[in-house]
Write a protein that binds this ligand. Structure first.
Ligand code: HEC
Ligand code: HEC
Ligand code: HEC
Length: 449
């Protein structure tokens, strides 16, 4: 508030308070010629006006109110810019989120003021009172807490306060929000993985059409193929076409047979659990527009001790439940290639090419061609057609390596996969076989030479 406005506020406040006091004093005096308790001489329909003084209790209340307001203005902010001798501040007025509150508290601390944001103060009080309880539990393993009724009771309360909003009070989820009470996990159900889901949050990322060169016209066939994977009724004429589209790269995340990939949070497609629904319209929407489920991170909001208890609670929900049943379903076969179409028999002889030293493959035209084909079919989904990467997926052409750029390092990366800061790089050993991995390693090595 500007000084001018502050002075005006102080002036008005003083006038009002003084005015109230003077008015009371005036009213307490007998300003008439009539003695107290006697008639004023007015009478209406037999009702007489008596000159009675103000009731005692009322005037005392009035005085107390005035004293209270003066006291309040001395102690608390209210009298213009005067902060009050207690230096109290309700600086959470403009604050609407926890992040803003934390920022305000940090700013106040940096300024060295005694100001404490209300949220901060409440958290500090609660931490002082309950912190020791939480930290006592935090030293015990999740598997043990998951059978401790006291720990579970606290865990459940934390769940109802923080998680039920999305996952439901019974933790069984709803469309887009996974069921936490079954044994079917997007990311995995071990205590470590559940805790990681809670601490750091999760962002499932399915790009529209998987980011693959798939035509909108191919989507209905894909939907039929996806339905076939989980044993639902499907259109037999369309499904083989869907399989061909699926093999353009859906498998990179969802697995060859739709078994999913927990490191990526790519759901199983060959079971009966659907995050976004199994109707044709739901699946079409999932494929056409992609999906991006967001689970907030809780490390800074709740702190590790509470997350530990929550982990135990979530873990306990599926304890002793059977693993999801995955029925073996009849596999849709790819349609035989139309007569005249290029037969797959001119596929390169990978075993032969793999005999070349990996460091020299990029100088060999046939090996480069073969590597390029493998890359386009398996790797371009994530690393881009030109291998320059996109989003979180690293550039493979810049000679900057997370895991080392020797052919041995690259082969190791491809064979076993990697799961680091940027996300999950699938293991290709079983999907492609060692010969193809070697040809690919030579190809990738060549990209930055
Ligand atoms: C704003 C909504 C929201 C809130 C609040 C929320 N979650 Fe989630 N949670 C999600 C979504 C969405 C996913 C799925 C993420 C994905 O699709 O990648 C998820 C995923 C998870 C997973 C991984 C499940 C799996 O199958 O691997 C766990 C565990 C989990 N949440 C537990 C919790 C707990 C415990 C809390 C409370 C501290 C919580 N969530 C609060 C939305 C929420
Ligand atoms: C880059 C990895 C990636 C690729 C490629 C990919 N998906 Fe996904 N897909 C995901 C992830 C991750 C989710 C879960 C999204 C979430 O949690 O919000 C998902 C979700 C889905 C779902 C919803 C599943 C459910 O339980 O409701 C369907 C259906 C699906 N994908 C089909 C496909 C098809 C078909 C393709 C090929 C065109 C494909 N996906 C390509 C990662 C991928
Ligand atoms: C589902 C997405 C995905 C697919 C498909 C994929 N990658 Fe990756 N790749 C990644 C991610 C994410 C990383 C980073 C992993 C990390 O941070 O630990 C990575 C890392 C790598 C690295 C290590 C880079 C470095 O700097 O050390 C190489 C090499 C690589 N990928 C090659 C390939 C090849 C070759 C293929 C095809 C066979 C392939 N990737 C397919 C996602 C993918």
């Amino acid at each position: 508030m500007s000084t001018g406005l502050s002075i005006l506020v102080m002036f008005c406040t003083t006038v009002v308070l003084l005015g109230c006091y003077l008015l009371l004093r005036y009213c307490l005096k007998n300003n008439t010629e009539v003695k107290e308790g006697e008639s004023m001489g007015h009478s209406f329909d037999g009702i007489e006006e008596i000159n009675n003084p103000l009731p005692k209790w009322w005037s005392v209340m009035f005085v107390i109110t005035i004293i209270y307001s003066v006291g309040y203005l001395v102690l608390f902010p209210g009298f213009g810019n005067f902060a009050g001798v207690l230096n109290w501040s309700s600086s959470n007025q403009a604050i609407t989120s926890i992040a803003e509150s934390e920022a305000a508290a940090a700013a106040a601390k940096a300024e060295g003021t005694t100001l404490m944001v209300q949220y901060d103060r409440e958290v500090a009080q609660a931490d002082a009172a309950f912190g020791p309880i939480f930290s006592a539990f935090a030293t015990r393993p999740v598997t043990e807490l998951a059978t401790d009724s006291e720990a579970l009771e606290i865990g459940q309360r934390l769940f109802l306060q923080n998680c039920a909003l999305c996952h439901g009070s019974d933790a069984r989820g709803s469309k887009g929000f996974p069921n936490l009470a079954d044994t079917d996990w997007l990311y995995g159900g071990t205590p470590e993985i559940i805790k990681a889901s809670l601490m750091h949050g999760r962002n499932g990322m399915m790009p529209p059409k998987g980011g693959l060169p798939i035509d909108d016209a191919e989507v209905p066939a894909l939907v039929e193929y996806v339905r076939s994977l989980s044993g639902m009724p499907f259109d037999r004429a369309l499904a083989p076409e869907g399989l061909a589209a699926y093999q353009k790269g859906c498998f990179a995340c969802h697995g060859m047979n739709g078994e999913g990939n927990q490191a990526l949070g790519a759901p199983r497609l060959n079971d009966k659990t659907w995050l976004y629904g199994n109707r044709r319209s739901d699946i079409t929407e999932s494929i056409l527009y992609g999906r991006a489920g967001q689970m907030p991170k809780w490390d800074t909001v709740l702190g590790e001790d509470k997350v530990h208890l929550l982990t135990a609670y979530v873990y306990s929900l599926s304890l002793g439940k059977d693993a999801p049943v995955v029925e073996t379903v009849e596999q849709v076969q790819a349609r035989p290639a139309a007569p005249g179409a290029a037969a797959s028999s001119n596929e390169p002889d990978f075993a032969e090419l793999a005999k070349l030293p990996m460091t020299e493959m990029h100088q060999d035209a046939a090996a480069t061609e073969a590597g390029k084909g493998l890359f386009a079919a398996n790797c371009a989904v994530c690393h881009g057609q030109d291998a320059k990467g996109m989003g979180n997926f690293p550039n493979l052409t810049d000679n900057e390596w997370i895991y080392g750029g020797s052919v041995a390092d690259i082969k190791e990366t491809l064979m076993k996969g990697r799961n680091g800061e940027l996300g999950n790089m699938p293991a290709w050993e079983t999907m492609l076989g060692e010969d193809k991995v070697e040809v690919l390693s030579g190809y990738v090595y060549g990209l930055s030479q």
